[in-house]
Design a protein around this ligand. Structure first.
Ligand code: MEV
Length: 305
């Protein structure tokens, strides 16, 4: 029986979320350890099986219209008329700012192109993910599509050429999940509704400046300074109104346990936070976050070799 598979991975935004929607820079990195895999089989009825839904594609709930979009766009492009069953296996928690919706869309698109044995140009892949993301998030900057589909950390300004960036630091990155569903669409529209206010404009501008400084800190491998920049970014994200009490508590917990710096990551209002730590402090930061968070991951930023 004809089968096919497509994969993608998670992402985190190190610095610059929300501001990136307004053409300010951000830095984001792929989380290759957290994978999404889509398997396709020929079936009698077109179906989707994933954490959020299991049933006929025709009855997919409205909040998963992004996935139907990814499937339809790809099948049309590939002139595929077969009836397919899609099974999604994901390490990523949904709606937590770790790129789950973009990663699932990416894996679905790749699985269909694999099934049809067609080349998938990267601009077509990004376009289809972004069309799906527009349904999921309203006004995506494009950063989730990029970081869930390719393997490098990036310095990204919407509408400009992509710059890859080295994240090779003698440090650990810890990510903690509040367990609360973030709502990126809602958070992005909230910021848009406030975008003409002086306070909002200043916060977005500050976030852009902090991303530029973070790029320099990364180039100089100055992790302590990078940590301070993450703390400053959190102040601006709170000013934008996209943090919440649980995120603030985890951010403070990480700092109290010795992190260089910590902030929310992604859309906010729930979802995940991240902390940058020395190797010496990372076990303590991990343990402190584990007492409060739903799930905690630790990643070593030092590249091998
Ligand atoms: C979501 O991961 C990041 C936001 O900046 C939205 C976007 O860039 O599309 C909040």
């Amino acid at each position: 029986m004809k089968q096919a598979r497509g994969c993608a991975h998670g992402k985190v935004i190190l610095i610059g979320e929300h501001a990136v929607v307004y053409h300010y820079p951000c830095i984001a990195l792929p989380i290759k350890e957290l994978q999404v895999q889509v398997d396709i089989q020929v079936a009698e009825e077109e179906t989707l099986t994933c954490d959020l839904y299991c049933g006929p594609l025709a009855q997919l709930p409205a909040h998963l219209a992004n996935l139907a979009c990814a499937i339809q766009k790809s099948k049309t492009y590939c002139h595929c008329q077969d009836t397919l069953a899609f099974t999604v296996h994901s390490d990523l928690p949904a709606e937590r700012g770790m790129g789950s919706s973009a990663a699932v869309a990416c894996a679905l698109i790749r699985s269909i192109f694999h099934y049809c044995q067609q080349d998938l140009p990267s601009d077509v892949l990004l376009q289809f993910i972004n069309e799906a993301e527009t349904l999921a998030h309203g006004k995506p900057s494009g950063i989730d599509a990029i970081t869930t589909s390719q393997n490098e950390a990036v310095f990204f300004i919407k509408g400009q050429a992509l710059e890859t960036i080295s994240m090779n630091l003698d440090a650990d990155l810890i990510i903690a999940d509040t367990g609360q569903l973030g709502d990126t669409k809602e958070a992005v529209s909230w910021v848009a509704s406030q975008a003409q206010k002086k306070e909002t404009k200043e916060a977005l501008h500050q976030l852009g400046q902090l991303s530029l400084e973070a790029k320099l800190a990364l180039e100089q491998k100055n992790v302590k300074y990078l940590g301070q920049l993450l703390n400053k970014a959190q102040v601006q994200l709170e000013r934008l109104g996209v943090s919440n009490a649980t995120l603030n508590d985890l951010v403070q917990t990480a700092r109290a346990a010795g992190a260089y710096g910590s902030k929310l990551t992604g859309g906010g209002r729930g979802g995940c936070m991240l902390a940058l730590c020395s190797k010496e402090k990372s076990a303590a930061v991990y343990a402190a976050l584990q007492k409060k968070a739903k799930q905690v991951w630790k990643f070593n930023l030092k590249e091998e070799g």
